[in-house]
Design a protein around this ligand. Structure first.
Ligand SMILES: CC(C)(COP(=O)(O)OP(=O)(O)OC[C@H]1O[C@@H](n2cnc3c(N)ncnc32)[C@H](O)[C@@H]1OP(=O)(O)O)[C@@H](O)C(=O)NCCC(=O)NCCS
Length: 182
């Protein structure tokens, strides 16, 4: 499924910690397929880069940054797949040692796979990973001009807690959202 539709965007920032087994979280999908979310490995780098390029016009994460996050104790890179196992979406969660706050840095679905619940499953899996790491709250920033992502977060119970003027490189504002993980 080649990514053909160009960028909408939004991005989130920051970090946290700890280890859980790299297991797989299997969740029912609205469609006939099952969406599987698992921790990413080096073999997912090409797919991660493809999602990145198809989803973000600026502030893209580079391959080397992904490699670093894959090896980090304080990051969780998650990928969602369905059917034959093709990676359809990704999420990056940052953890901070000794903090109850986790940060969702990135969430994206390949354009051709959007609107099927992939991001919703990734968000749930990121929350689960945060809980396993000891987090009690999940925070994120989203571009104020990204209604799809804002809708997704609000639908999942995230509350708007702040406004960050000119947060992004192109001057776009961010809304800060947070949700309790309990
Ligand atoms: C935002 C994004 C991650 C959503 O991914 P997704 O897999 O399509 O999301 P889901 O299928 O889980 O849908 C989430 C909600 O948004 C709705 N939605 C999805 N695409 C939509 C569209 N193009 N227009 C309007 N609503 C849309 C879905 O219908 C769903 O709401 P519903 O349950 O009330 O129907 C995806 O559009 C994307 O990757 N965008 C580019 C990167 C980005 O902006 N990331 C956000 C980072 S903060």
């Amino acid at each position: 499924m080649a990514p053909t539709v160009p960028p909408v965007f939004a991005r989130t920032s920051h970090r946290m910690m700890r280890h859980e087994p790299p297991g797989e979280l299997v969740l029912p999908n609205a469609g006939s397929d099952v969406v599987r979310v698992r921790r990413a490995s080096e073999s997912d780098l090409d797919a991660l880069m493809a999602i990145e390029e198809a989803s973000f016009a600026s502030d893209r994460m580079r391959r080397r940054q992904y490699q670093r996050h894959l090896q980090s104790d304080t990051a969780r890179v998650l990928v969602a797949s369905a059917g034959q196992g093709q990676v359809l979406g990704s999420a990056v969660l940052f953890l901070r040692r000794g903090s109850e706050l986790a940060r969702l840095y990135s969430l994206a679905t390949l354009p051709a796979a959007r609107g099927q619940g992939v991001a919703g499953h990734l968000l749930q899996a990121a929350e689960h990973a945060g809980v396993l790491a000891g987090a009690r709250r999940l925070r994120l920033e989203v571009r104020s001009d990204n209604p799809v992502a804002i809708h997704l977060y609000q639908q999942h119970g995230y509350r708007r807690i702040g406004h960050c003027p000119a947060y992004y490189a192109d001057g776009c504002d961010a809304w800060r959202y947070e949700s309790s993980l309990f």
